[in-house]
Structure formats: C-alpha cells, structure tokens
Design a protein around this ligand. Structure first.
Ligand SMILES: [Zn+2]
Length: 378
C-alpha cells in the first residue's frame, strides 16, 4: 500500500530486537509496545469508555463476527461506527471473524469463496467472504483492519495447515484488492494487516510472511500461536517468524496476555498484543500484581488493609483495600469486576511502559529480569 510510513521506529534496544514505534492512523497516534484490551461486543467487560481512557488505553480490539451478529452493522452505520457508538475516541482494531467462526459457530463449511456458518446465538445461517468482511469493517469504521483467514485446530497436520494457508493467501489477495477499492477515496484511510498463519511449520510461516510482504499489507498479525502448542514450540516459531519478518511495519501477536509472555515476545521484536486475560481474570477474582497473582477470595485478604499492588497507580489501588475488594467479590458485587479489571489492565499497560523505558535505556534484559524476580517471588 502506498503508505507504510504510518510506522515510525523510534528506538530499538541495542542488545535486542525489542523496539518502540509510533503508529499514525487517521489522526490517532499509538505508541508500541502496545497492549489492547478486548471489547468483544463493543464493551471491555465491566468498564466504561471513561474507565478505559483513564486507565491509559490507546487502542482496543473488537470482533467483527460478534458485531455483525449483534447489534448488526446497520446499527453501527447509523452511529458512524463503533467508536461513536461506544463513545471511545481512541483507536480500534478489528479482527476479521475467522477465529470466531472457527471457535464459536456451528456447521461451518469452508469453500474457495468463503465460509458458511450458523450463528452461535440463534443458529441462523451466514456466509462470510473476504470482500464482505472488509465491507463489515468499513461499517464498524475501525482504524486497523484484518482480513478473513482460515483457522485450523491445533496441533494441525502439516497437510491441513498447508491447505489453510493456501486459502488464506487467496483470501488475503481478494481482501487487499477490495480494501484498496473501497478506501480509494477515503481521506483518512484505515490500515489493513495481514494474518500470518502456518502453525508451528517454519516453511509455511515463511511462505505466509513472503506473500503478505509482497501484497503490501500495513502490518503483520500473527495467528495460530498460543492456541494449544507448548511454550517451547510457540517461542521457537515466534523467534523464527521475527527473524524473517520485515522490520518496517508493526507485528501483532494475537491473543497473548500473560505478562511474562509479553515481555518475552517484545524481546523478540513483537509490537502489539491483545487478550481477554486481564478482564477474565478479574471476573474470576484474580489480580495481576508486581509480586505475582493475588486470588482475592483467599482468607488471608479478609482483613488486609493494604492495596492490591503498592507499585500500581490505578484508580483501584489509589482508593480501595484488598479487604474491601475481597468482600465485594465474595458478596457477588459487580463493582469487584470493575475494580479488578481496571487494575489488571493498568498492570499490563504498566508493563508496556516499563518495556519502553528499558528500550530507551538499552537495558531490556535487565528490566525483564527485574520484573521476573519480583513477579515470581511468591
Ligand atoms: Zn492497581
């Protein structure tokens, strides 16, 4: 595409591939390493857009599949897109629905043209094509788009992964052609990222990187990792991908949320992450803290007047004790979900701030070790 210049590499750590980049899209600036909370259905569970802004988010991820089914694209069009609908003024990235069609819907049938599926909500029949998904993202009016891809169950046979990649390549080409056509006249163009599939097979990953580079996508979203393979396989594959991927565009690891994994992936050069982990853990009464995980319902917190994490600057830690949050959680009070979600998202955003500081000072490894020493102390 004509403008790769949306990515400005600000600093690369002199000892590592880790880097700070500034992404400019539609008058919005995003600084990486970036963690994106997940607003599956146009809401990061339990949080308002004000909460998300106050906690320091720069970009959210939302799901084309879910928004298409509910509230429906006519509603989003009426409001001028998801950002206006949910009153979130910062950037939004949408995933294409490929993974949700695979993981949630029933009666899938994949053809050369697209994918037939039944809604997980009411069983109604739908047909997604690469072109339609691009049109849906246009209706959602998100800033960064991804294209429809074919997901396979993990771990796949080589032949299965190869066939999925073959279709994904065809769909990537159709997607980018359609994207160029419909955004031709747009004053503020969104960006389109390629989805890099290929499971743990290096030759397939290489092929995926090559076609995505050739077609000129604005960035690379890594799919099919952190979906059941071992950590060793995941990082070996990631290391290989990062060795072979162009350095002039952002790389996004889809679905990664464990803080240790995010440090590790950033060390290898990844720029962007999303995961439901901070909000899902919050709803399960689990807080991520500088000194490891806190299970707030444990008896030891009943009378604990300290805050969740004394190194945290979030709204929750400024105002509430572990004792109060423990009481809320055990009483089934919804406020516990909000307070823990605010804290957990802030915790991950703070990790990315610490990474930026470390990269600026060329001491990524030292900072990573300092983080690990505290986090694993329990
Ligand atoms: Zn906090």
């Amino acid at each position: 595409m004509e403008n790769k210049s949306w990515t400005r590499i600000i600093k690369t750590d002199k000892n590592q591939r880790s880097r700070i980049a500034e992404l400019s899209v539609r008058n919005k600036k995003i600084v990486t390493p970036l963690f994106m909370p997940v607003a599956t259905q146009g809401s990061v569970k339990a949080l308002s857009s004000d909460d998300l802004i106050n906690v320091g988010t720069q970009c959210l991820l939302s799901n084309t599949y879910h928004l298409y089914l509910r509230p429906g694209l006519d509603v989003l069009k009426k409001f001028g897109g998801l950002g206006n609908f949910m009153r979130y003024p910062k950037a939004i990235l949408t995933d294409s629905g490929g993974f949700q069609v695979y993981s949630l819907s029933r009666l899938r049938k994949i053809t050369e043209q697209g994918v037939h599926f039944s809604s997980h909500i009411d069983g109604s029949s739908h047909f997604f094509t690469p072109e339609k998904v691009i049109d849906y993202e246009s209706a959602i009016n998100s800033d960064i788009w991804t294209h429809l891809d074919v997901c396979v169950k993990n771990p796949p046979q080589y032949s299965e992964a190869k066939e999925a990649l073959r279709k994904t390549k065809l769909w990537a080409k159709r997607s980018i052609d359609h994207f160029k056509k419909i955004t031709q006249e747009a004053e503020e163009k969104p960006k389109l990222m390629a989805i890099i599939q290929g499971s743990i097979f290096k030759d397939l990953r290489k092929e995926a990187i090559e076609y995505a580079t050739e077609l000129g996508f604005d960035g690379f979203a890594l799919g099919g990792l952190s979906v059941g393979e071992s950590k060793k396989e995941m990082f070996e594959t990631l290391d290989y991908i990062m060795e072979n991927i162009p350095k002039d565009r952002p790389v996004y690891f889809m679905g990664l949320g464990d803080p240790v994994d995010i440090w590790m992936a950033t060390k290898l050069g990844v720029d962007m992450y999303d995961c439901v982990l901070p909000t899902r853990n919050a709803r399960n009464g689990q807080a991520l803290t500088t000194y490891g995980k806190v299970y707030i319902k444990n008896a030891q917190y009943k009378n604990d007047d300290t805050v969740l994490d004394n190194e945290c600057d979030c709204y929750t830690c400024k105002n509430y004790s572990r004792s109060y949050i423990s009481h809320l959680y055990k009483s089934g009070e919804l406020l516990s979900h909000r307070l823990l979600s605010i804290h957990n998202i802030r915790f991950l955003l703070k990790q990315t701030d610490m990474m930026k500081k470390a990269i600026n000072e060329d001491r990524f490894d030292e900072s990573f070790n300092e983080f690990l020493n505290k986090y694993n102390q329990k």
